[in-house]
Design a protein around this ligand. Structure first.
Ligand code: 13P
Ligand code: SF4
Length: 315
């Protein structure tokens, strides 16, 4: 039996639901959010699904329970909507490691390259790109680029290397990485494989290659969830942020999901940015209509084109 929800939390949830109804607001959440945020969300998905939802909703307000680049993408796609993010500090190491001016210099130093950027980057970087991708469509999109076309891939070098291996295309990679996925311990994975010999290892492509070599399946957060649903196996060693385990356990209560510790030896691979959002902050942003996502219209227009291209190419 589920433990009773503490009164305060029950009241918070009631108020959030009431505010969403009266203000015509939609709560979008990524799988790396705390369980209680996933519970109140109207829609949960990976980056690609969340951007599709943001582009197609009739809601007037989007409360984006994810990180800044995700909320920014929602605003780029739906400029007429108010896009709220519970905590404006919810960033991403990949976006931080790829600054607008440095990226311009990189592109200028590699002329004649087609620029593909992972969605985990700022609007200013998207605005300099030819095409955006997510972890769920990166391989397919790269395969669609003519073979003789040179490609820049930014900002995740680990995703980039995986895409190179899957597509057979060599690309010019930006040297960024995700602080969460880079911190998983290979030693811990090996130990867990020995302890659970029948378990399938499932991994997000932001992990380092040495870890991906242990994986039976690699994919975006939604793809990992689908794989666990469709697989005959009932045990999974999960090499990604443990927020995803909430949906895995909820949808598949009879299956076993095992977190991988990070190199320091604790099971604390939670994304420090994603986890900044809380129920209190969701209420506060709905009550006060801030913090909101804003950007220069010229940047938005430039960033829109490679995102639209992605959505058209990955229908
Ligand atoms: P997904 O697109 O797979 O949900 O990944 C987003 C992300 O930030 C992973 O760290
Ligand atoms: Fe960025 Fe990594 Fe957090 Fe995803 S898990 S939002 S890539 S820091």
């Amino acid at each position: 039996m589920k433990p009773p929800i503490p009164k305060k939390k029950e009241e918070l949830i009631k108020e959030i639901k009431g505010l969403c109804r009266s203000k015509n607001a939609l709560i979008l959440a990524h799988y790396y959010q705390d369980d209680e945020i996933q519970e109140i969300a109207h829609f949960i998905g990976d980056s690609l699904e969340l951007s599709r939802k943001a582009a197609n909703t009739d809601a007037e307000i989007i409360v984006f329970c994810g990180v800044h680049f995700m909320a920014e993408t929602a605003k780029i796609l739906s400029p007429e909507k108010t896009v709220l993010i519970p905590d404006l500090e919810a960033g991403c190491s990949l976006a931080d490691e790829c600054q607008e001016d440095d990226f311009k210099h990189f592109i200028d130093s590699n002329p004649d390259h087609y620029v593909i950027s992972y969605i985990n980057c700022t609007a200013a970087v998207k605005a300099q790109s030819d095409l955006i991708c997510t972890s769920s469509n990166a391989v397919d999109l790269v395969k669609k680029i003519p073979k003789d076309q040179k490609i820049i891939f930014a900002p995740d070098k680990n995703l980039g290397k995986w895409v190179e291996n899957q597509s057979g295309r060599k690309m010019k990679l930006w040297e960024g990485s995700c602080i969460v996925h880079e911190s998983f311990s290979e030693e811990a994975v090996v130990k867990l494989k020995l302890k659970y010999p029948n378990a399938k290892v499932i991994a997000h492509p932001e992990c380092q290659q040495v870890l991906l070599e242990h994986a039976d399946y690699i994919g975006s957060t939604s793809k990992l969830l689908n794989y666990a649903q469709e697989s005959n196996s009932d045990q999974f060693i999960v090499l990604t942020e443990p927020g995803i385990l909430f949906q895995m356990k909820k949808n598949l209560p009879k299956k076993i999901f095992i977190e991988v510790p990070n190199i320091e030896g604790c099971s604390c691979n939670k994304c420090p940015y994603m986890r900044l959002n809380t129920l209190d902050k969701v209420i506060s942003c709905l009550r006060n209509m801030k913090p909101q996502i804003h950007m220069e219209e010229s940047t938005r227009m430039k960033a829109l084109s490679p995102i639209k291209k992605m959505l058209e190419m990955s229908k």
